[in-house]
Design a protein around this ligand. Structure first.
Ligand code: ADP
Ligand code: ZN
Length: 599
């Protein structure tokens, strides 16, 4: 096993559980694998496929996923093919022939193709193993339900001797049980690996106005030069607005949402995968089927509707294990909108509860990763050190005066104003909404002028969270003062607030970059060399017509840049470089390094 791992995939050792999973499969047992995105599920069936006699059939829901996997296998010199409706008939014929001749080790099929071939091709070939990828698609409870998946329970009937391995990144219990019962897995061994993704930094930004968000995003992208990222928005309109803004600023950007024609969507996805655009502004329609391993950051322009969605979406960053950044913007407007969606939905209570948990996460003042892990039922015993709370532990101060300003303005307008109007009044804005009802005449008008709007939004979120005010969703989202808010207003109680840390952009950035560098041992790595290697990779990708990350992941590229191998032999010792890639690319990469080093 270890030998094959090294020579075919170029890895020195197994990640947690991989070895146990592979052994279970090699013992012809049914297996269920729950591993987070980027955890290394593919090896769990690809390696047994190489060690078993016959062909491993991999069932996969999306053509783009199949293509990526097949390309990655071919890039490692492993024979693989795919049967699906995206191929021409003659392409499919060729693949079938190879199956019958036994010259393919892994065959990827869509569930439809699997069923239609069950009496034909599958009967003629020697099947070693069935691997059901994205197995949660079988469950109606999951988020990616695919009816075609539910018919795969027949596999055990047709092929009683062939073991099945089902793999998914969805952790919850219902889905897990659903997979086992629907696939009719026989006494399966279930492997659950940690869902922690320590390479993803977590950060929440509160109370930004749209223009502040845009400014933030632009600076963020400037600090992530050439690094691919996704911006998730709640509305289609927002995706387009941001994309236009970024394009104007010279950032290459694509838009992706369900309202666009298919060819536009496919084009956007393709451009992103092949590094022709740096940024995709998308609704949650984007992502499934994106196997791109070098997504370096994900921004949530709006609050997601649940922690599951959030975790899945940020999980699209850093699949290669390289440090990647995530930012979540959070505002009251989002809460109002999402509460409305949840109220209008079929499973109203469930969705409201999920939203509550999401909101708690965004408002938390304890390590965010601990909240996520506990949400997924995992214990964690220490703070992560890689979230905004850990990096800047919140400090509290006596915020009674600030809170009183807000409460007093709410009281003097008879609890009939929204949050936005409240900020306008506190800041002394002379706009129509303020002046018409005469709010510019109340005593608290302009009393909070010295506090910028963004901070007001932040403080007001805190007041909501600490329970001094509440939003009457059923009364046009007007603000109401709670009992404990009244105590603050009348000076009977101290209102603690959390200090807003305006992290000086420059300073924070260099600090972070330094931290990343140490995480990665990039001390020995030259940025210039990395860029040269990246350019070489791009050139090769273009020649071979595959995405750059298929040639080599960012992680491997970083390793090359820091260890600077100058012989093909040294090149072969790099983690992720198997014999095939060593042979194929060794010369070009070492030449590039030698040229750089002038040796
Ligand atoms: P998943 O399918 O679980 O999202 P992948 O199978 O695509 O994840 O693996 C994620 C990344 O981890 C890939 O770049 C893969 O090559 C790498 N990887 C997997 N197993 C190992 C290992 N044992 N050692 C080093 N890297 C690994
Ligand atoms: Zn933390």
């Amino acid at each position: 096993m270890l030998h094959t791992l090294k020579t075919k995939f170029g890895y020195e050792g197994f990640r947690p559980l991989q070895k146990e999973i592979i052994e279970n499969i090699l013992n012809h047992k049914d297996t269920l694998v729950l591993m987070p995105t980027g955890g290394g599920k593919s090896i769990c069936y690809q390696l047994p496929a190489l060690l078993m006699d016959g062909i491993t059939i991999v069932i996969s829901p999306l053509i783009s996923l199949m293509k990526d996997q097949v390309d990655a296998l071919l890039a490692n010199g492993i024979s693989a093919g795919a049967l699906n409706s995206g191929n021409t008939d003659s392409e499919n014929e060729l693949v079938k022939q190879k199956c019958i001749q036994g010259t393919i080790k892994l065959l990827y099929v869509s569930p439809e193709k699997l069923l239609s071939e069950i009496d034909y091709l599958l009967k003629e070939i020697d099947i070693a193993l069935f691997a059901v990828d994205e197995a949660h698609c079988i469950s109606q409870w999951g988020h990616d339900f695919r009816p075609e998946y539910t018919q795969m329970g027949v596999l055990g009937h047709y092929f009683p001797k062939v073991p099945i391995v089902a793999l998914t990144a969805t952790a919850d219990k219902i889905t897990r049980q659903d997979i086992i019962s629907q696939l009719k897995l026989k006494d399966p061994k279930v492997f659950i690996s940690s869902f922690d993704r320590p390479n993803l930094s977590l950060r929440v930004e509160k109370g930004y106005l749209q223009k502040d968000k845009h400014k933030f995003i632009l600076e963020f992208i400037e600090s992530h030069k050439n690094e691919a990222g996704i911006i998730y928005c709640l509305s289609r309109k927002n995706t387009e607005t941001i994309a236009r803004f970024l394009e104007k600023k010279g950032v290459s950007t694509a838009v992706y949402h369900a309202g666009l024609p298919q060819h536009i969507r496919e084009g956007a996805q393709d451009d992103f995968i092949n590094d022709r655009v740096q940024v995709v502004c998308a609704t949650i329609a984007f992502g499934m089927g994106i196997d791109k391993s070098n997504v370096r950051w994900v921004i949530h322009y709006n609050l997601p509707k649940s922690i599951e969605s959030y975790y899945q979406e940020i999980g699209r960053a850093g699949r290669d294990g390289v440090p990647s950044d995530t930012v979540l913007f959070y505002s009251v407007a989002d809460i109002i909108m999402l509460t409305k969606f949840a109220n209008d939905s079929k499973q109203q209570q469930i969705n409201l509860d999920k939203l509550d948990r999401m909101q708690e996460y965004a408002e938390s003042y304890i390590c965010r990763r601990r909240i996520l892990l506990s949400y997924f039922g995992e214990e964690s015993h220490q703070d992560c050190g890689n979230c905004d709370i850990c990096k800047n532990p919140p400090e509290r101060f006596d915020g009674s005066r600030i809170t009183q300003m807000a409460l007093s303005a709410i009281a003097r307008t008879n609890e009939s104003i929204t949050l936005r109007l409240l900020v306008d009044i506190l800041r002394g804005s002379q706009n129509q909404d303020v002046v018409e009802p005469g709010y510019h005449l109340i005593k608290t008008f302009g009393i909070g002028r010295e506090i910028p709007p963004r901070d007001w939004n932040n403080y007001l979120l805190q007041m909501l969270q600490f329970g001094y005010i509440e939003i009457a969703y059923n009364e046009g989202n007007k603000l109401k003062i709670t009992d404990s808010g009244r105590k603050v207003l009348f000076g009977k109680r101290v209102a603690e607030l959390v200090t807003i840390i305006r992290d000086d952009k420059e300073e924070a950035l260099t600090k972070r970059k330094k931290k990343e560098a140490s995480l990665f041992d990039t001390k020995a790595e030259d940025l210039e060399l990395f860029e040269n290697l990246r350019a070489l990779r791009k050139e090769l990708a273009h020649k071979e017509e595959v995405p750059a990350y298929i040639i080599m992941s960012d992680k491997i590229l970083h390793l090359i840049a820091s260890s600077k191998p100058v012989t093909v032999e040294q090149f072969g010792t790099i983690s992720g470089i198997g014999e095939y890639k060593q042979e194929k690319y060794g010369k070009q990469f070492t030449n590039c390094i030698k040229e750089y080093l002038n040796v």
